[in-house]
Ligand binder design. Sequence first.
Ligand code: PGA
Length: 248
Amino acid sequence: MGAERYVLANFKMNKNLFEVKKWADEFLSLLYKGKKLSLKVGCAPTFIYIKALKEIVIGTGFLVGAQNMHFEEKGAFTGEVSPTQLKDIGVDFVIIGHSERRNIFGESDELISKKLLSALKHNILPVLCVGETKEEREKGETEKVLIKQISILSKIPDELKNQKIVIAYEPVWAIGTGIPATKDKIEKAVELIREEASKFIKDFSVLYGGSIDEKVAEEIKDICDGGLVGTASLDPQKFYKISQNFDV
Ligand code: PGA
C-alpha cells in the first residue's frame, strides 16, 4: 500500500469569518457534487476561525488544521496556542516549520523539533515543512539543507516512531511567487526526503508546496503524495480542481 495522500490548504493570514464559512460551504458542495475523492483534503485557517470551520465540516472527513502551535501544554507564553487547546477544538493537523515561520519569525530547527514531538505526543498530525532558499539552491546546498531539516526526525522517541507524519517539500523561492519548481527538481528533492525520512520513521507522506495550481498538480501527482496549497487554495473552485488532479 502506498503512502496516504493529502491536499491541504494553508490560508495563511487571509480571509475573515464570513469568507472562511463561505469557502467551506462552496468547497463541500463541490465535493458532494463531484466524484468521490480517495485522498484526504483539509484546510488550516487562522487560529480564530478553526472552530467555525470545524463546525461546518464535522462528520465529512475533511481535516481541519492549525498553521502553528507552541510545544508546551500551558503556561506564561503570551500570544501562543498550545497543543491541548488545539485538540480541544478538534484540530486534526498542524503545520510545523513553515518557511514563513522560519524566515520571518526566526524559528530554528531546534524549536521546530520540539513542536514536532509535541504534536506527535498529542496525536495531532504534524505537517513538517522543509525547503531551501533561492540562495541555498544557487550555492548548491539544497541537499545539505534538506538533510539537516529532516534530521530532526532522529529525535523522535521510539514510542512515537510509528505515528504518521506528513512532510511538505516547499522550496522557499517557489512559495507565493507564481513560479513553481520544475518537475525534475521536485522529483529529486522528494526522493531525497523519502530516503532520509525512512532512516527514522515508517509512516509518512511527502507533499509538494509552492505556487501549486491545477496544472502543477496534474504534472506532479505521480511523484509525490499530494500538495500543500497557499494562494490557489483561497478559491474553493481552484482548490477543488487541484484536489481532483492530485487524486490518482
Ligand atoms: P503558495 O504557498 O501556494 O502561495 O506558493 C504555499 C505555502 O506556503 O504553503
